[in-house]
Design a protein around this ligand. Structure first.
Ligand code: GLV
Ligand code: GLV
Length: 333
């Protein structure tokens, strides 16, 4: 009898087919949202699950579940999972760190450049037939090169973002809960500043911190008020890091030159007010969505599942478990 694996997101068959050799796979055929009751029911009938960032799983979703051993999150951020609750239930959770660092950093730069040089806005202009002749003084945006790049969150992704700044001759400042070790600071050529100074100094501010109760609305009205009116805010972290209403207000009042957002407080819903701004670039939470990286993330999630189930080369040692201590108090079943 093979262990049962439920995969909540629609993945490519070629990623999943090899898994069928060691697991009985129930894979979603299309993208959809699950109610808490559906999640609970799905999780009750399997030994393992691979879930996405929109699947919120806590104590209620695993209450009374004595079968489930592992939940592999298809993402590095795991604010959708209640880790203490899963640990208490003896369920190992894993995420997908490292494999996406460079792709997310690429995308943060894509958004920053797009917002500065008005790529999405000018694309809309050309498509609607607006281009009648070239005005020398139209479409001017700020230069990116030579400016000050601020980074909130100097984890592995933040450092990958910072490294790219050298090619643009940018001055990099950052703020993080803890300051980097001197050798790492030197490697990424970034200067540590307090949060207020980060707000004041940045021409471009990229957010890449995990969403926690402490980082919720880390960028609100008070922080936005410190920013330069020429500054552009880029969020590739989580929607909840930014107080969106405060951002809308700052944009309306032209206290901020623009924003580029890959994540939203109520995603997949995007506030109508944000849709109305031409100087805001919007994308559907795709910073890690390169072909190579999404595949690597899926394979890493599969490797964690396999390891927790005691199979494969990492048997008993899930490579990126968030609560490996849960392996210890496996419930009798
Ligand atoms: C994407 O947002 C992730 O956390 O992987
Ligand atoms: C994770 O979120 C990181 O920045 O390393």
């Amino acid at each position: 009898q093979k262990p049962k694996l439920w995969i909540s997101r629609a993945l490519f068959p070629e990623w999943i087919d090899p898994v069928r050799e060691w697991a009985d796979v129930d894979a979603a055929a299309e993208e959809r949202a699950y109610s808490p009751e559906e999640l609970k029911r799905k999780l009750a009938g399997v030994d393992a699950a691979m879930v996405g960032l929109s699947d919120r799983i806590g104590a209620d979703e695993v209450a009374g579940n004595t079968r489930l051993k592992v939940i592999a999150n298809l993402g590095v951020g795991y604010n959708n999972l209640d880790i203490p609750a899963l640990t208490a239930a003896g369920i190992v959770a894993s995420n997908t760190p490292e494999v996406l660092n460079e792709s997310v950093a690429d995308y943060a730069w894509a958004l920053m450049l797009a917002a500065a040089r008005r790529v999405a806005e000018s694309d809309r202009f050309v498509r609607r037939g607006g281009w009648k002749g070239s005005a020398f003084t139209a479409w001017l945006g700020p230069d990116v090169h030579g400016k000050t790049l601020g980074i909130l969150g100097m984890g592995r992704i933040g450092r990958a973002i910072a490294r790219r700044a050298a090619g643009f001759s940018m001055n990099v400042v950052y703020h993080n809960r803890s300051r980097l070790k001197p050798e790492l600071e030197q490697e990424v050529a970034a200067r540590y500043v307090d949060k207020q100074e980060l707000m004041r100094a940045s021409d471009f501010l990229i957010l890449i911190v995990p969403l926690t109760p402490e980082s919720h609305h880390a960028i609100g009205g008070a922080e936005l008020a410190l920013m330069k009116p020429e500054a552009i805010l880029v969020n590739v972290a989580r929607g909840g890091i930014v107080d969106e209403l405060a951002l809308v207000e700052a944009l309306h009042a032209k206290r901020l030159a623009g924003a580029a957002l890959d994540v939203f407080e109520g995603e997949p819903k995007v506030r109508d007010e944000l849709l109305a701004f031409d100087n805001v670039v919007l994308s559907p939470h795709i910073a890690s969505a390169s072909a190579e990286t999404r595949r690597a993330m899926a394979l890493l999630a599969i490797e964690n599942v396999k390891a927790v189930l005691g199979l494969g080369e990492h048997a008993g040692h899930p490579p990126t478990a968030l609560n490996p201590e849960a392996l210890g108090h496996r419930r009798a079943d």
